[in-house]
Design a protein around this ligand. Structure first.
Ligand SMILES: Cc1cc2nc3c(=O)[nH]c(=O)nc-3n(C[C@H](O)[C@H](O)[C@H](O)COP(=O)(O)O)c2cc1C
Length: 176
Protein backbone atom coordinates (compact mmCIF):
# COMPACT_ATOMS: atom_id res chain seq x y z
CA UNK A 1 0.00 0.00 0.00
CA UNK A 2 1.26 3.54 -0.81
CA UNK A 3 0.98 5.59 2.40
CA UNK A 4 1.94 9.16 3.33
CA UNK A 5 4.83 8.79 5.80
CA UNK A 6 4.79 12.46 6.94
CA UNK A 7 1.31 13.52 8.15
CA UNK A 8 2.65 17.02 9.00
CA UNK A 9 2.99 17.90 5.30
CA UNK A 10 -0.46 16.64 4.24
CA UNK A 11 -1.76 20.05 3.12
CA UNK A 12 1.34 20.71 0.97
CA UNK A 13 1.07 17.22 -0.57
CA UNK A 14 -2.66 17.78 -1.22
CA UNK A 15 -1.91 21.11 -2.93
CA UNK A 16 0.77 19.71 -5.26
CA UNK A 17 -1.45 16.74 -6.15
CA UNK A 18 -3.87 19.22 -7.68
CA UNK A 19 -1.38 19.92 -10.48
CA UNK A 20 -2.66 17.94 -13.47
CA UNK A 21 0.10 15.67 -14.80
CA UNK A 22 0.29 12.52 -16.92
CA UNK A 23 2.49 9.46 -16.53
CA UNK A 24 5.22 8.68 -19.04
CA UNK A 25 8.06 6.24 -19.58
CA UNK A 26 11.27 8.08 -20.45
CA UNK A 27 13.64 6.01 -22.60
CA UNK A 28 17.37 6.75 -22.77
CA UNK A 29 20.36 5.16 -24.49
CA UNK A 30 24.09 5.63 -24.86
CA UNK A 31 26.01 3.20 -27.07
CA UNK A 32 24.60 -0.27 -26.36
CA UNK A 33 23.25 0.69 -22.88
CA UNK A 34 19.52 1.36 -22.45
CA UNK A 35 17.27 2.31 -19.57
CA UNK A 36 13.74 3.62 -19.03
CA UNK A 37 12.04 5.23 -16.04
CA UNK A 38 8.60 6.52 -15.07
CA UNK A 39 8.16 10.30 -15.01
CA UNK A 40 5.23 12.62 -14.39
CA UNK A 41 7.11 15.93 -14.70
CA UNK A 42 6.78 16.31 -18.46
CA UNK A 43 5.23 19.26 -20.32
CA UNK A 44 5.30 21.05 -23.65
CA UNK A 45 7.59 24.11 -23.51
CA UNK A 46 7.52 25.54 -27.07
CA UNK A 47 5.65 25.31 -30.39
CA UNK A 48 8.35 26.60 -32.73
CA UNK A 49 10.48 24.62 -32.44
CA UNK A 50 8.47 21.88 -30.69
CA UNK A 51 10.14 21.40 -27.30
CA UNK A 52 9.29 19.14 -24.36
CA UNK A 53 10.49 19.83 -20.82
CA UNK A 54 11.37 17.03 -18.39
CA UNK A 55 12.38 17.30 -14.72
CA UNK A 56 14.78 14.49 -13.85
CA UNK A 57 16.57 13.55 -10.66
CA UNK A 58 20.30 13.51 -11.58
CA UNK A 59 20.86 10.64 -9.12
CA UNK A 60 18.85 8.28 -11.33
CA UNK A 61 20.94 5.73 -13.24
CA UNK A 62 19.06 6.82 -16.38
CA UNK A 63 20.31 10.41 -16.11
CA UNK A 64 23.89 9.31 -16.91
CA UNK A 65 22.64 7.74 -20.17
CA UNK A 66 20.43 10.72 -20.97
CA UNK A 67 23.41 13.03 -20.58
CA UNK A 68 25.76 10.82 -22.61
CA UNK A 69 23.25 10.02 -25.38
CA UNK A 70 21.79 13.58 -25.50
CA UNK A 71 18.36 12.20 -26.37
CA UNK A 72 15.24 10.75 -24.75
CA UNK A 73 11.91 9.27 -25.72
CA UNK A 74 8.57 9.86 -23.99
CA UNK A 75 6.09 6.93 -24.12
CA UNK A 76 2.62 8.05 -22.99
CA UNK A 77 0.95 5.58 -20.62
CA UNK A 78 -2.72 4.66 -20.96
CA UNK A 79 -5.29 4.75 -18.16
CA UNK A 80 -4.96 1.49 -16.23
CA UNK A 81 -1.27 0.90 -17.02
CA UNK A 82 -0.34 1.26 -13.35
CA UNK A 83 1.83 -1.85 -13.31
CA UNK A 84 4.03 -0.39 -16.08
CA UNK A 85 4.31 2.86 -14.08
CA UNK A 86 5.37 0.86 -11.02
CA UNK A 87 7.81 -1.34 -12.94
CA UNK A 88 9.65 1.59 -14.53
CA UNK A 89 9.52 3.53 -11.28
CA UNK A 90 11.83 0.83 -9.85
CA UNK A 91 15.58 1.63 -9.79
CA UNK A 92 17.63 0.01 -12.58
CA UNK A 93 19.88 -1.69 -9.98
CA UNK A 94 16.89 -3.50 -8.40
CA UNK A 95 15.67 -5.41 -11.50
CA UNK A 96 16.08 -5.70 -15.26
CA UNK A 97 13.15 -3.43 -16.11
CA UNK A 98 13.64 -3.78 -19.85
CA UNK A 99 13.39 -7.62 -19.89
CA UNK A 100 10.16 -9.07 -21.31
CA UNK A 101 8.77 -5.71 -22.49
CA UNK A 102 8.22 -5.05 -26.22
CA UNK A 103 10.17 -2.00 -27.49
CA UNK A 104 10.80 -0.17 -30.70
CA UNK A 105 13.84 2.09 -30.96
CA UNK A 106 13.78 5.84 -31.42
CA UNK A 107 15.90 7.73 -33.99
CA UNK A 108 18.86 7.82 -31.59
CA UNK A 109 18.44 4.36 -30.04
CA UNK A 110 16.34 5.25 -26.97
CA UNK A 111 13.61 2.66 -26.27
CA UNK A 112 9.90 3.34 -26.93
CA UNK A 113 7.23 1.21 -25.26
CA UNK A 114 5.11 -0.67 -27.81
CA UNK A 115 2.13 -0.63 -25.40
CA UNK A 116 2.12 3.21 -25.17
CA UNK A 117 -0.70 5.46 -26.41
CA UNK A 118 1.91 7.37 -28.40
CA UNK A 119 5.46 8.61 -28.18
CA UNK A 120 7.76 11.57 -28.66
CA UNK A 121 11.43 11.28 -29.67
CA UNK A 122 13.57 14.18 -28.47
CA UNK A 123 17.10 15.54 -28.94
CA UNK A 124 18.45 17.24 -25.81
CA UNK A 125 18.99 20.99 -26.28
CA UNK A 126 19.39 22.25 -22.73
CA UNK A 127 20.08 20.68 -19.32
CA UNK A 128 20.02 23.04 -16.35
CA UNK A 129 19.87 22.64 -12.55
CA UNK A 130 16.52 23.14 -10.78
CA UNK A 131 16.87 22.46 -7.06
CA UNK A 132 17.34 18.72 -6.51
CA UNK A 133 16.34 17.97 -10.15
CA UNK A 134 17.57 18.96 -13.62
CA UNK A 135 15.34 20.55 -16.23
CA UNK A 136 16.03 18.91 -19.58
CA UNK A 137 14.63 20.50 -22.74
CA UNK A 138 14.27 18.21 -25.74
CA UNK A 139 13.53 19.25 -29.32
CA UNK A 140 10.86 16.87 -30.70
CA UNK A 141 12.37 15.13 -33.74
CA UNK A 142 9.77 12.40 -34.22
CA UNK A 143 6.60 10.97 -32.65
CA UNK A 144 3.32 9.21 -33.33
CA UNK A 145 -0.06 8.35 -31.83
CA UNK A 146 -0.16 4.54 -31.54
CA UNK A 147 -3.65 4.10 -29.98
CA UNK A 148 -5.94 6.91 -31.13
CA UNK A 149 -8.89 6.05 -28.89
CA UNK A 150 -6.97 5.41 -25.66
CA UNK A 151 -7.08 7.82 -22.71
CA UNK A 152 -3.89 8.97 -20.92
CA UNK A 153 -3.13 7.79 -17.37
CA UNK A 154 -3.45 10.68 -14.87
CA UNK A 155 -0.63 11.02 -12.32
CA UNK A 156 -3.30 11.31 -9.59
CA UNK A 157 -4.20 7.63 -10.24
CA UNK A 158 -0.70 6.59 -9.05
CA UNK A 159 -1.37 7.92 -5.50
CA UNK A 160 2.00 7.81 -3.66
CA UNK A 161 3.61 5.19 -5.93
CA UNK A 162 6.69 7.42 -6.33
CA UNK A 163 6.95 7.94 -2.52
CA UNK A 164 7.04 11.68 -3.18
CA UNK A 165 4.88 12.57 -0.13
CA UNK A 166 7.98 12.19 2.03
CA UNK A 167 9.83 14.78 -0.07
CA UNK A 168 7.45 17.69 0.56
CA UNK A 169 8.12 20.11 3.44
CA UNK A 170 5.60 20.66 6.24
CA UNK A 171 5.33 24.37 5.32
CA UNK A 172 6.55 26.88 2.74
CA UNK A 173 9.82 28.84 3.03
CA UNK A 174 9.07 32.43 3.99
CA UNK A 175 9.57 34.90 1.15
CA UNK A 176 12.17 37.16 2.79
C1 LIG B 1 4.40 7.81 -10.89
C2 LIG B 1 5.88 8.14 -10.85
C3 LIG B 1 6.31 9.38 -11.31
C4 LIG B 1 7.69 9.70 -11.32
N1 LIG B 1 8.09 10.91 -11.83
C5 LIG B 1 9.41 11.19 -11.92
C6 LIG B 1 9.85 12.39 -12.54
O1 LIG B 1 9.05 13.19 -13.06
N2 LIG B 1 11.19 12.63 -12.60
C7 LIG B 1 12.11 11.77 -12.07
O2 LIG B 1 13.32 12.05 -12.14
N3 LIG B 1 11.73 10.60 -11.47
C8 LIG B 1 10.41 10.31 -11.39
N4 LIG B 1 9.99 9.12 -10.81
C9 LIG B 1 11.00 8.24 -10.17
C10 LIG B 1 11.73 7.30 -11.15
O3 LIG B 1 10.85 6.66 -12.04
C11 LIG B 1 12.48 6.23 -10.33
O4 LIG B 1 13.35 6.83 -9.39
C12 LIG B 1 13.24 5.24 -11.19
O5 LIG B 1 13.61 4.16 -10.34
C13 LIG B 1 14.54 5.76 -11.84
O6 LIG B 1 14.99 4.70 -12.68
P1 LIG B 1 16.54 4.38 -12.99
O7 LIG B 1 17.14 3.77 -11.75
O8 LIG B 1 16.45 3.35 -14.11
O9 LIG B 1 17.20 5.64 -13.43
C14 LIG B 1 8.64 8.78 -10.80
C15 LIG B 1 8.20 7.51 -10.35
C16 LIG B 1 6.83 7.19 -10.37
C17 LIG B 1 6.39 5.82 -9.88
Amino acid sequence: MDVDPQPGNASVVALFRRLTLGVYIIGVAAGSERDAFTASSVMQASYNPLVLCLAVNPEHAAYRLLRAGRSFTVSVLERGQLELARRFGTPAYAMDKMEGVVWRLGCRGAPILDAALGYFDCAVDTDIPAGDHRIVLGRVIDGKVLRPTGLPLPYADTNNMDNSAALFPASFESAG
